[in-house]
Design a protein around this ligand. Sequence first.
Ligand code: FES
Length: 101
Amino acid sequence: MARIELCRLDHLDGDRLLVDTPDGDPVLVIRHGDEVHVIDAMCPHQYAPLLGGDVDADGILTCNLHGWRFRLSDGRSPDSEYIQVQRWPCGVEDGVVWIEE
Ligand code: FES
């Protein structure tokens, strides 16, 4: 696995930022409390952008097109074992958000 730097944590717009990986794949960086998560930027249902989805106190993001929900911690849906969004192993070092690919 290779570690890829995505963005500076202080460049997030509020709690999130849309970033392209070096491969050109859009991912969503989201800070929730003290944790940072990186998930696919598009909903797996009908590919609506997840950028505008609300995140509740439990760290569950809701797609604002049809309401599919995803836990930021693992990308899985709390509603169905068959639904999930890709989530990358990630972290922050020296203020820089990274993923492992
Ligand atoms: S596109 Fe996200 S729930 Fe339908």
